[in-house]
Design a protein around this ligand. Structure first.
Ligand code: HEM
Length: 387
């Protein structure tokens, strides 16, 4: 088979890192599906091609066995057979909806943290507010003690980071054991935490505790460290560009803040790509995808496709068109509602507690991490002025 020419010249170079969205706009205009030698994958950049791909049963999720949402040695929902996955989704969804509706805890924790912010100096929204908020909420939702939570974080970190593979594996095994113990304790506790509810509901659909551990583990790992925290940070980054909107959200409350969080998820997707693999030869937007080849649905590009999102670079919380920031179809995100609701509550509390308007203390070019789109792993805000 002849090697395909690489169509992603300039990917990750300096110009890309300064403005990845301009890069994707140009590439999408040439071809909505393009081959990247560097990423060894077809990159899908238009909304319509992404939607087609997310519903095409020939595109499998086996890439997730090598790239799980958390480093424990247990299959995630992405690796379940379709019928089992559908049962898993039916079991989890109502409980996530229930805790998403109960915003009192988010409000209380956010208020306690916001009051502690020392805004007489520059402060980092991620480290001083968003990360501790996410950790405390997850601890509450799962009903973990501070000690077992810390131990879990430590083990997952080792299972992910340590160089020695046998050490990594051992840390993953111990983390799994700890989670399984927490599940049994929660099931017998009679409490109403998310974990206790799920642990009691689990046997009803024939789910194994290991599958519940695989669902819970990312909540203490990637969903907190990375994407969950970042949704709030990206929402504030967007509001920093429109100080007038901060006042509107402050006055408008939860419903408007939820729209801001939803628009932030589109404007700068925190999960930048969705991976798939072709189980058979297929065509996508006129491109021939061979069996075994990988696809990356580049959400950072898809969510700014002008064919779906008019004026895609404009942050507009009043948009009505749906985005694919939380995926779609049989594996679409189960926690999107919870993430946007928690972000919205935190935004309102923050804007009502810290004297605004919030202004960035860093240049857009100082955005700390890029990947396939911008990723604000920190957001330094200016000290309060006395005015
Ligand atoms: C900003 C926060 C979040 C973002 C951007 C996000 C994004 C996504 C995306 C794009 C997918 C689809 C992946 C694919 O099709 O390959 C997904 C799936 C999933 N998400 Fe989220 N997610 C977020 C928060 C959460 C939270 C808080 C939870 C749980 C509490 C959660 C649980 C899940 C699960 C279980 C799946 C897989 C469902 C299945 O296999 O059927 N997510 N998420």
């Amino acid at each position: 088979m002849n090697p395909k020419p690489d169509e992603t010249t300039g990917l990750f170079d300096e110009q890309f890192r300064r403005d990845p969205h301009a890069y994707w706009s140009n590439l999408r205009a040439q071809s909505p599906v393009a081959w990247s030698e560097r990423l060894d994958a077809w990159l899908v950049m238009s909304h319509s091609a992404a939607l087609t791909a997310l519903h095409d049963k020939r595109l499998t999720m086996d890439v997730y066995s090598a790239f799980r949402p958390s480093p424990i040695p247990v299959r995630s929902s992405f690796e379940m057979e379709p019928e089992e996955n559908a049962q898993f989704r039916r079991a989890v969804a109502p409980h996530l909806r229930t805790i998403a509706r109960d915003t009192r805890q988010v409000e209380a924790v956010a208020l306690a943290l916001a009051r502690q912010i020392d805004d007489s100096r520059q402060w980092d929204l991620a480290a001083d507010f968003a990360e501790p908020l996410a950790h405390r909420l997850v601890r509450h939702w799962l009903g973990l003690t501070p000690d077992s939570h810390l131990q879990l974080l430590h083990l997952l970190d080792k299972a992910d980071q340590v160089e020695d593979p046998s050490y990594r594996a051992a840390a993953g095994e111990i983390a799994t054991e700890l989670l399984l113990t927490e599940i049994v304790t929660a099931r017998n506790s009679g409490s109403q935490t998310l974990l206790a509810r799920l642990a009691r509901a689990w046997p009803e659909w024939g789910g194994k505790d290991a599958d519940l551990a695989a669902f819970v583990s990312p909540m203490t790992f990637s969903l907190v460290k990375g994407i969950g925290t970042r949704l709030l940070v990206h929402s504030v980054a967007a509001l920093c560009l429109q100080p007038a909107l901060q006042r509107v959200v402050q006055d408008g409350g939860f419903n408007l803040a939820e729209r801001v969080a939803e628009e932030a998820s589109r404007w700068e997707p925190v999960q930048q790509a969705i991976p798939r693999r072709a189980s058979n030869h297929m065509e996508l937007e006129g491109r021939h995808v061979a069996r075994g080849e990988r696809l990356l649905i580049v959400l950072s590009a898809v969510c700014r496709d002008p064919a779906q999102h008019p004026e895609p670079h404009r942050f507009d919380p009043f948009r009505t068109e749906p985005s694919l920031a939380f995926g779609h179809g049989s594996h679409g995100c189960l926690g999107g509602g919870l993430a946007t609701a928690a972000t919205a509550v935190a935004l309102v509390v923050l804007l009502r507690t810290v004297r605004g308007p919030l202004r960035p203390a860093q240049l857009p070019s100082d955005v700390p991490q890029v990947g396939l789109g911008l990723a604000y792993t920190s957001l330094w805000l200016q000290a309060r002025t006395s005015a």
